[in-house]
Unconditional design. Structure first.
Length: 369
């Protein structure tokens, strides 16, 4: 860590928050009882324009050191599908609904522990030396059952408020109350909601605030790294400009000349372009092909379907990429630079009927035709 001094204040803030919530108590190290390891996790939170918002730290349990039957039982917790974000935005645009967002503060700490769990004290904040450990009163981040306990707790709360779960995605919930429609999308501790009236929006927030500490983020602007923009016509656009800028800078492509197509027209690449000698393989060892490919894959499934074909085509050679494949991948990044403001737009008042297009070219693959 280059600047540890920048993280001391966030670490102290985390410990004070845990004390205020009565998450733990310091007790003598128990004999014959499993003591779970702990560690610090550091993260930087970005604003929707890509600027630094704040530094955040969290002390977490090393869940892999827990013992099943002694420290936990259930671990399963469903997670929302990315397509559900698009669905919520599409419905909001089509029906001209309000889009809002809230964030649960320290979500996992809202669930009580069903087991006696002891963890090592976090480094730098040990009280009484290594003869003392923490006994947890609440479910803790990093524990095997943490996500399960929080999801179960939240599900009971939503049911108590009259919401119904979607059969397609359990993290999509809906409710009609006094002719006011509310839909919510839950991603761990973030909620993207849409309501037909401001009264319905305020009621949903008020009810959740009665059960948890929440941050009211107002009109939805950023979810899962995707920027949400809404114009006066009611159109909703999802884009990832800040993500694209960081991606390009990471691979030194931020100063490249932009291209107008994801791949060069007529480009033919195949396994013949893979390294076939030890020297060729050594030349590719330090080229971050897999890192760049992975970041582009997230971009394609989130807001940039226009690069799907190109990225999928290059993914076929991820097991043994060559220079030709890397050059093609850089071409995709150059295309991203030239289309950095592209995204998915859902028209206000538009139809919800889906449309699909396909253009298969089996003859274009030299390896399978």
């Amino acid at each position: 860590m280059r600047r540890p001094d920048l993280w001391w204040e966030p670490m102290a803030t985390e410990i004070e928050m845990l004390k205020a919530r009565d998450v733990y108590e310091v007790v003598p190290r128990p004999m014959g009882q499993n003591v779970v390891g702990s560690k610090w996790v550091y993260a930087i939170k970005w604003k929707d324009d890509g600027e630094l918002e704040r530094r955040k730290t969290r002390t977490v349990a090393k869940g892999f050191t827990q013992v099943i039957g002694e420290d936990y039982e259930e671990t399963y917790a469903s997670i929302a599908q990315l397509e559900s974000v698009c669905l919520i935005c599409a419905i909001a645009a089509s029906r001209q609904l309000r889009l809002w967002q809230i964030d649960f503060v320290s979500a996992f700490l809202n669930s009580d522990n069903a087991y006696d769990i002891y963890i090592e004290q976090p480094m730098g904040f040990e009280e009484g030396g290594d003869k003392y450990v923490w006994k947890l009163h609440k479910t803790f981040y990093g524990t095997m059952q943490g996500a399960h306990d929080w999801a179960e707790n939240l599900d009971k709360t939503f049911q108590g408020h009259g919401y119904y779960k979607s059969h397609a995605d359990p993290q999509i919930r809906s409710r009609v109350y006094n002719d006011k429609l509310t839909l919510t999308f839950t991603w761990t501790d973030d909620i993207l909601g849409t309501s037909s009236t401001i009264e319905g929006e305020n009621l949903a927030k008020l009810q959740l605030r009665s059960s948890y500490e929440i941050k009211d983020l107002g009109e939805a602007k950023l979810i899962l790294g995707m920027h949400i923009d809404r114009n006066q016509k009611g159109d909703v656009t999802l884009s990832q400009q800040a993500y694209c800028k960081r991606l390009l800078k990471q691979f030194n492509m931020h100063l490249c000349s932009p291209t107008t197509t994801p791949l060069p027209p007529g480009l033919v690449i195949s396994t013949e372009d893979c390294p076939s000698t030890p020297n060729e393989a050594d030349e590719m060892k330090n080229i971050p092909f897999h890192e760049a490919l992975g970041l582009l894959m997230w971009l394609q499934v989130a807001t940039r379907p226009d690069i799907t074909f190109s990225v999928n085509k290059l993914a076929r050679f991820a097991h043994n990429p060559g220079k030709a494949h890397w050059n093609a991948l850089k071409h995709v990044m150059a295309y991203i630079k030239g289309t950095i403001d592209y995204g998915i737009t859902y028209k206000g008042g538009g139809s919800l009927e889906p449309s699909g297009y396909v253009d298969s070219d089996y003859a274009g693959c030299k390896d399978t035709r």
